[in-house]
Ligand binder design. Structure first.
Ligand SMILES: Nc1ncnc2c1ncn2[C@@H]1O[C@H](COP(=O)(O)OP(=O)(O)O)[C@@H](O)[C@H]1O
Ligand SMILES: [Mg+2]
Length: 277
């Protein structure tokens, strides 16, 4: 069994009870995996994400997170200790005026002993490379730094699963690059990552991509499998990432690169091809 299991999950918001926002979603995420969820606005990505840590429970079907049924009220805290979530707007996640306090916030709610708490906060800040900012006011940080602190707040709870709902949507290029690198490192260290994104460049760093459309998962595959499916991408209003489009144009012009979705790999191939050594 995967660490996240969705079995025929359907959901509609009370205000529009006749309109399913999730429509029979079945999927499984293996422990330690890195998945990306893509899909146009309103396709149900955030609603999907909120099901993982029991912020929303299904109207029909079942969600198991770390083997725990999210519909069971008594398991909510345990579920959230397994699966932590980072949201789009870094400002909406700031609750105090000191970075370290902000990172400790979730632990305080769990009544963690002080010495254990400071240790965990220090470690989390170290992991996201924000130790030097520990006594600063988070309001004065850049968007990327704020998101690092939000991630630290989740890491301090030592979750198995990190869910990021468009964490880079409000960041500049540099902030995005930093978050991307951090998320990759965290996954390498063993944490299961669910990254929701509308930046295709970001989705390519996942091992597996799920495409959502009108509340359903309409395609699953490796980034290359998904992004070379032009017909489907067009249907769901998504583009292939720039690196893949560039590789295709180069191939058309006779450059011997492979069809590739990840920018780093394309860069390596081009360097190999044109290296003078
Ligand atoms: N709190 C809510 N109440 C009513 N409808 C909502 C609510 N949140 C989202 N929706 C609707 O559900 C659909 C899917 O939304 P969402 O899960 O946020 O999609 P995405 O994250 O892919 O943009 C949209 O049509 C949206 O308007
Ligand atoms: Mg959303």
């Amino acid at each position: 069994m995967g660490i996240i299991e969705f079995d025929k999950v359907s959901y509609s918001y009370a205000a529009h009870a006749d309109k399913p926002v999730l429509d029979g979603v079945t999927l499984s995420v293996e422990k330690g995996d890195f998945i990306a969820i893509i899909g146009s606005n309103g396709s149900g990505k955030s609603t999907f994400a909120k099901h993982i840590n029991a912020l929303i429970v299904p109207n029909a079907g079942k969600v198991l997170t770390a083997g725990l049924d999210t519909a069971n009220d008594e398991l909510v805290f345990e579920i959230r200790s397994h699966a932590g979530m980072v949201f789009q707007n870094p400002d909406s996640q700031i609750v105090t005026s000191v970075v370290a306090d902000d990172v400790a916030f979730g632990l305080e709610n769990l009544a963690t002993p002080y010495s254990e708490m400071t240790k965990r906060v220090d470690n989390a800040l170290d992991t996201v490379k924000m130790s030097a900012f520990s006594d600063r006011n988070p309001a004065h940080l850049s968007g990327g730094q704020k998101q690092r602190c939000s991630i630290a707040g989740v890491l301090a709870m030592s979750p198995d699963i990190l869910i990021l709902d468009e964490p880079c949507a409000m960041l500049d290029v540099r902030g995005r690059r930093g978050i991307r690198r951090l998320v990759r490192e965290l996954n390498k260290a063993g944490i299961t990552v669910v990254l929701i994104t509308h930046f295709m460049e970001e989705a390519v760093i996942a091992r597996k991509v799920f495409v959502m459309h009108e509340g359903r998962v309409v395609l699953t595959g490796t980034p290359l499998e998904v992004f070379t499916n032009k017909e489907l991408l067009r249907k769901v209003n998504l583009d292939a990432p720039f690196s893949l489009r560039l590789a295709e144009e180069l191939i058309k012009r006779g450059v011997a690169v492979s069809e590739i979705a990840r920018p780093e790999e394309l860069k390596e191939e081009l360097c190999r091809l044109y290296s003078t050594k």
